[in-house]
Design a protein around this ligand. Structure first.
Ligand code: ZN
Length: 743
């Protein structure tokens, strides 16, 4: 590892921030970002930093302060205001107590902020306060954990880092660790830092650069030791250390654009598997297996809620598949490597103490997978329940019990699957798991891995201060939900996508491939991040629909909601209509609806946790208009298909409903395609311009209402959030048109 310190960047940081925050805090933020940018040092909000200085109070007195990273700030993006000032003199006095319970310590830290509006400080704030040097950097560096997580961890640290550091055996984070760390620091003057066994590294210095570069140099030494150890241990050929990591599937907008043939589809699973076996790399095979088993796994992980309307608490899944991970998981000792405790207790609240390992998930046989996977998950849950029972007497007051489901699931030939309440959380688990497996494999190469014992694991999993990081309010109305929206780049489709995304849903934004879809996808990605994914789909092509569903599964593990919105219009009287045009409209409006309904139904069955379908119908189904035969007839057929689906899918807990809008023009760039087609002839017929036509339709309804895409989205949300036990029903969104009220 190399120091990324740049005097030019540092002074740019200082000139930008020193007027408001002072030079010390500006440099504190700069070197914190250097740490945060290095995933081998810090992952997702992990690690914390501090600097000591003074704060001038209202009396004009300079009060000694320690500025500690605020809880929830990510070092990679922290600014000078991300460090919370605490009354250092008071904290030093606190340290003279023989003990201070966690909750009390946190209260003291909150009360002794020197700015009451600053974020709560990191739970490791006391450690920073009690180390007497100006700058302190604390990371859970990969290479350091690769030294400490062994039965002979202290010896490995001594051998790798020599006398440069003090070493402290495992102490649970909190007041006790802060005091022990301060003692170890005082007892070994002149050292560059402190290694915390099975936890991480602390370095210090009189300048930001000194403390940062001490982290870098100690980590580099650890890496060198590991490299040398690996080289001397490596026996025989065939053990290359290659780290080729193909791009993560489905992680970005555009997922699913090139998916032909990678996935078992059509024919029997075993025939497909046999074909796939001969023509694909282990990575591609693993990806195909993931798409095959993910819905079953997601169904098995879903926790029954006891609420009939929303019967399951689901997880969002993300795969971790790369050549490196496959090599680890598929190695002789893959299972042994994977079924060990986490590297550092910081990861526990994300990953749980242990992952689930499934020896045989039943690849190639839906029947076998449907039996094996739920059984493995149930066994894990049973073991977790027993682990909780064994240790529950030590659960601190006010700390709720976690569910019994695993967050990391490992399968030979597939890699890892990571679970979280949303894509972001699942992504955090994925990144932690990737580093974890890499380091564990590294340790196994050069010795024996040893993590924390059960008691310590439990104490950290149920550590009240850690829990505060987790629950900031409950799930949004459509949290933990995945939707597929067709015709998403149009006026109504985009309104629906945004309505769903605003309510916490993960949305596969599907439409015909092209710049219109891409630019809309890019816009959504900016606003909603990884909860929106562009997936091209042609609803008239069954294979395209199937592979778009697969792409949604690949991205989030499954699908819970289908909004069938894609549709086209054509204006011609029956007398003149060209059968070719009629077939074109029919192929999108009828067959397209049939394809998405069928593929979604197949998926819902596999997943086994019910589901929802909302079909966007039209006022024309109930009250058709002259010259509009192709549209009205084909939409009526689609509407009827939806009603049939409500009958057929009710037994598996799927609700199918319809929304019937009228005269949604759309706005700005996303004008309604329907109106682009219909508008000109309607305007001609009535001698109106565009504005006049809008007025005309507005005037036609009882409420004189202008109907917008977000009104349609609200009706979709009503069904999607399952406010009433309703299926097979239609909500009109038309301002009141007595002739077209569904009967
Ligand atoms: Zn730590």
């Amino acid at each position: 590892m190399e120091s990324k310190w740049s005097d030019v960047e540092a002074s740019a940081f200082v000139s930008k921030h020193s007027e408001r925050w002072g030079e010390d805090l500006a440099l504190r933020a700069y070197s914190s970002r250097l740490l945060g940018a290095e995933s081998a040092l810090v992952l997702h909000g992990g690690g914390n930093t501090s600097v000591k200085g003074t704060v001038t109070n209202a009396l004009g007195e300079a009060v000694d302060a320690v500025f500690v990273k605020g809880s929830g700030f990510d070092l990679a993006a922290i600014g000078p205001g991300g460090h919370t000032a605490l009354d250092l003199g008071y904290l030093k006095k606190l340290a003279t107590l023989s003990d201070l319970p966690d909750e009390k310590m946190l209260d003291e830290l909150l009360v002794h902020r020197l700015d009451p509006r600053a974020a709560p400080p990191s739970i490791e704030a006391m450690l920073h306060a009690l180390i007497p040097l100006k700058y302190v950097d604390h990371t859970h560096a990969d290479a350091i954990l690769a030294l400490t997580n062994r039965p002979d961890g202290e010896a490995a640290v001594a051998e790798a880092l020599g006398g440069d550091v003090a070493v402290l055996g495992y102490v649970r984070p909190g007041f006790g660790l802060a005091r022990e760390a301060a003692r170890a620091c005082a007892a070994s003057p002149g050292r560059l830092g402190l290694v915390l066994i099975k936890h991480g590294l602390v370095t210090w210095g009189e300048s930001a650069r000194e403390s940062y570069e001490r982290t870098v140099s100690l980590v580099t030494k650890a890496e060198e030791w590991l490299r040398a150890r690996r080289a001397s241990r490596r026996a025989g050929p065939g053990r290359g250390g290659g780290r080729a990591t193909p791009p993560q599937p489905g992680a970005s907008a555009g997922a699913g654009t090139d998916r032909t043939g990678g996935v078992a589809r059509g024919g029997t699973a075993s025939e497909e598997a046999a074909r796939v076996e001969v023509s694909h790399t282990p990575y591609e095979l693993a990806r195909g297996r993931y798409i095959e088993v993910a819905p079953v796994l997601r169904g098995a992980l879903a926790i029954p809620s006891g609420d009939e309307d929303r019967p399951y608490l689901r997880f969002i899944l993300t795969p971790l598949i790369s050549d490196e991970i496959l090599k680890i998981v598929d190695s002789d000792r893959g299972k042994k490597i994977c079924l060990t405790p986490p590297l550092t207790s910081d990861h526990l609240i994300r990953t749980k103490a242990l992952p689930l390992w499934i020896d045989d998930p039943g690849y190639g046989s839906a029947e076998k997978a449907a039996a094996c996977i739920p059984e493995a998950v149930a066994d894990y849950a049973k073991e977790y329940d027993e682990y909780f029972r064994r240790n529950s007497a030590r659960t601190p007051q006010g700390v709720g019990r976690f569910d019994s489901m695993p967050r990391v699931i490992l399968m030979p030939g597939l890699g890892a699957v990571c679970a979280g309440k949303d894509a972001r959380e699942a992504g955090v688990v994925r990144d932690i798991t990737e580093h974890t497996l890499r380091i564990k494999a590294e340790v196994f190469e050069s010795g024996t891995y040893e993590g924390l014992d059960e008691e310590h694991l439990f104490d950290m999993e149920y550590f009240s201060l850690q829990h505060r990081k987790l629950d900031a309010g409950g799930d949004p109305p459509l949290g933990r939900t995945v939707a597929v929206v067709t015709g998403a780049a149009g006026a109504i489709g985009s309104g629906i996508c945004e309505g769903l995304l605003d309510n916490g849903c993960h949305v596969a934004v599907t439409d015909l491939p092209g710049p219109r879809l891409d630019s809309y996808g890019a816009e959504l990605a900016k606003r909603y991040g990884e909860r929106a994914a562009v997936i091209p789909m042609d609803v008239t092509d069954r294979r395209s629909v199937a592979s778009a569903m697969d792409a949604a599964v690949e991205t989030w593990g499954g699908v819970d909601l289908l909004v069938a919105n894609a549709g086209i219009a054509h204006v011609a009287e029956l007398l003149e209509i060209d059968p070719k045009d009629f077939r074109r409209v029919q192929s999108v409006n009828v067959e397209g609806t049939l394809h998405v309904l069928s593929e979604a139904a197949k998926h819902f069955k596999l997943q086994g946790t019910g589901g929802d379908v909302v079909v966007i119908s039209t006022k024309n189904v109930f009250c058709p208009g002259a010259g509009f035969g192709a549209y009205s007839a084909t939409k009526a057929a689609a509407h009827q298909l939806a009603r049939i689906a409500s009958l057929e899918l009710a037994p598996i807990g799927v609700r199918v409903n319809m929304v019937s809008p009228d005269a949604v023009f759309g706005e700005g760039e996303r004008k309604s395609g329907l109106w682009a087609e219909v508008g000109p002839s309607r305007m001609r017929a009535r001698g109106l311009d565009e504005k006049g036509l809008e007025e005309y339709y507005r005037d036609r309804n009882l409420l004189k209402a202008r109907v917008t895409a977000s009104h349609v989205a609200n009706a979709v949300l009503f069904f999607a959030t399952r406010r009433t036990p309703t299926t097979g029903a239609t909500i009109p969104v038309d301002g009141g048109l007595p002739d077209s009220t569904p009967r």
